[in-house]
Write a protein that binds this ligand. Structure first.
Ligand code: SF4
Length: 134
């Protein structure tokens, strides 16, 4: 019985991970990193940056604001900043804090559940940001 429940649980979890991927990949280019930063970064996925930078642009942004690796693509960080200024100018969600490194151990897991159960440790991260901003 225990094994059957475990099996059902694992299938449900896999289904949820696929659902999250199917919901977010077409819109945001989600790579299933497991520690979602869309809400922090102007609804722009930092993992779509060819260098996967989570804390600002590299030194290779072109004069037109495009990526040095993919010249046809706007630099993710130019986009993040533009959107954040436009939609969340006063929010503490504005990308002004240092994001922790990518948790590679959480890759291909559900960022929704990781957030819900604080597996990604976002609560501690936000407490630290709030404390610094007071
Ligand atoms: S930050 Fe991670 S979970 Fe969020 S959309 Fe990008 S790859 Fe997906």
């Amino acid at each position: 019985m225990g094994n059957a429940l475990e099996w059902i649980g694992s299938k449900l979890y896999t289904g949820l991970v696929w659902f999250e991927y199917c919901a977010k990949h077409p819109i945001f280019g989600c790579r299933l990193c497991g520690t979602c930063k869309l809400h922090d970064l102007g609804l722009t996925c930092p993992m779509t940056c060819p260098k996967q930078l989570r804390n600002g642009p590299c030194g290779g942004v072109r004069a037109n604001g495009h990526c040095e690796v993919k010249p046809e693509m706007e630099c993710r960080w130019v986009r993040i900043e533009r959107r954040a200024r436009k939609y969340w100018p006063k929010s503490w969600w504005h990308p002004r804090h240092i994001n922790p490194p990518v948790r590679w151990d959480l890759q291909a897991t559900s960022s929704w559940l990781n957030y819900l159960y604080n597996v990604d440790k976002h609560k501690e991260e936000y407490e630290e940001i709030k404390a610094k901003q007071q």
